[in-house]
Design a protein around this ligand. Structure first.
Ligand code: SF4
Ligand code: F3S
Length: 125
């Protein structure tokens, strides 16, 4: 079993989930994260941390394409192991329906190891 990131992460990407994951198994696309199903240890601590309620166990019903999407994109996108600022449009898009169809992008995010600073958030560059 694993946990799965769902539609409502898209265009929000709050990243609170990353901060609590004990095995750093989140991978970053340009506007959402996914969980690597082979690395997730099924601890469940990320689920209540997501402000967008976008994480569910894969035993939940009606997850649609998202289990496969998480597995596929985790092979391609870079690992993200620190919390970064939510996307600027996060509040506006939180709760909108069917974001995958309108906004999903396969473009990778920046990613980053624990302790690293996000490039765009560094001062003086
Ligand atoms: Fe990480 Fe645990 Fe969430 Fe899996 S369930 S992604 S191991 S915090
Ligand atoms: Fe996405 Fe929720 Fe994490 S919005 S980045 S799954 S905290």
């Amino acid at each position: 079993m694993t946990f799965v990131v769902l539609d409502n992460c898209i265009k929000c990407k709050y990243t609170d989930c990353v901060e609590v994951c004990p095995v750093d198994c989140f991978y970053e696309g340009v506007n959402m994260l996914v969980i690597h199903p082979d690395e997730c240890i099924d601890c469940g601590v990320c689920e209540p941390e997501c402000p967008a309620q976008a994480i569910k166990p894969d035993s939940a019903k009606n997850l649609g394409i998202f289990p496969k999407l998480n597995a596929d994109m985790a092979q391609i996108w870079p690992n993200l192991a620190f919390k970064r600022k939510a996307l600027p449009e996060a509040q506006e898009f939180d709760g909108k329906k069917d974001k995958y169809e309108a906004f999903f992008s396969a473009e990778p995010g920046e990613g980053g190891a624990k302790g690293a600073k996000p490039k765009k958030e560094k001062k003086g560059e």
